[in-house]
Design a protein. Structure first.
Length: 323
């Protein structure tokens, strides 16, 4: 229990260090928006389903499984990671970092050439100050709730003497300079971009279509969670949590709030994607709800990626702090 208390203090310190950089920037941009007579929060407009199901499915399989495996095989074939202290542990992170430019270029090509949907870079530049302010606000609120819930879950597991699975980025302290940089890039750049593009950019938009789509998402989530849970970890916790989330989705079917139903349906696979690092999906589900609302409110996945990056940055600082 003493370790948990020390971890709580260290996490608060890490949160404060990142906030010391992010909050002044957000306050300055808020003042800039007010000087231009622009509201911080954009007017609400119901999101629409912009992407076909085949594209969502192909992107999920390709970015999460096929392309990383391909890049790792290339790295092994040409011994690209042999100079790192722990090459085996860093292969997945290398693949994520290498995927970022590939996925961004491919996404631009598919949207502009295949779907014939133009990307308004002028609007993106105009909305950037607002997006940064809202991303920092989302991180301060939902990030804080996620950190707190994670501490409570860890406390419960330690009290019950249940095993906790170490997150891969916890190895950052054992890496040399190059390995540490690779982990930082994976956590603060690659993971936010790739995961938000998939879950908030594609999946969230697709789920705004017919109601049955949320159950397709839950069925696939349950299947993949079962494969992870009965893999090397042999944990029934992810399966129980996945069933609980499905029951919550069922309860929301009788509500009037389509926004909440869609946020819930997109947050379940995002959280349970991390089932191999159980019990992190429990607090990450709360974070995902906030990121989903931010994406719907701004009609873009980029603010969610920034809030996600701030969350991961604070976690990384926590691991780098001594003690």
């Amino acid at each position: 229990m003493a370790n948990l208390a020390a971890d709580g203090i260290k996490l608060a310190t890490a949160f404060g260090l990142v906030a010391a950089v992010a909050v002044p920037i957000a306050l300055g941009l808020t003042a800039l928006l007010k000087s231009r007579n622009r509201a911080v929060c954009p007017p609400w407009r119901a999101p629409g389903s912009r992407y076909p199901g085949w594209l969502v499915l192909m992107a999920m399989i390709g970015v999460q499984h096929v392309l990383p495996s391909f890049l790792v095989s290339i790295a092994q074939r040409f011994h690209l990671l042999d100079f790192l202290a722990d090459a085996a542990a860093l292969r997945g992170m290398y693949a994520r970092v290498a995927l970022v430019p590939v996925v961004l270029v491919a996404g631009w090509w598919v949207q502009s050439r295949v779907l014939e949907q133009s990307i308004d870079f002028g609007r993106m530049a105009d909305e950037l100050p607002r997006w940064i302010v809202l991303a920092v606000a989302c991180w301060l609120t939902f990030g804080t709730a996620t950190y707190g819930l994670n501490w409570l879950v860890s406390f419960a597991y330690e009290w019950l003497k249940w095993p906790l699975i170490e997150h891969p980025i916890a190895r950052v302290g054992t890496q040399d300079g190059t390995g540490g940089v690779l982990i930082a890039l994976s956590a603060c750049l690659a993971a936010p971009i790739l995961e938000e593009l998939l879950f908030r950019g594609l999946l969230l938009s697709w789920l705004h279509g017919p109601r049955h789509r949320v159950w397709y998402a839950h069925a696939v989530t349950l299947l993949l969670t079962g494969m992870i849970a009965f893999g090397p970890t042999r944990s029934t916790g992810p399966i129980a949590f996945a069933v609980l989330l499905s029951l919550g989705q069922l309860a929301l079917e009788w509500s009037r709030y389509k926004t909440l139903r869609v946020m819930w349906a997109s947050s379940a696979p995002f959280a349970l994607m991390h089932a191999a690092i159980w019990p992190s999906p429990i607090p990450l589900f709360v974070l995902s709800l906030g990121l989903g609302y931010l994406a719907m409110r701004t009609r873009s996945w980029l603010p969610s990626a920034l809030a996600h990056a701030l969350f991961n940055a604070a976690s990384l600082v926590f691991l780098l702090l001594p003690g």
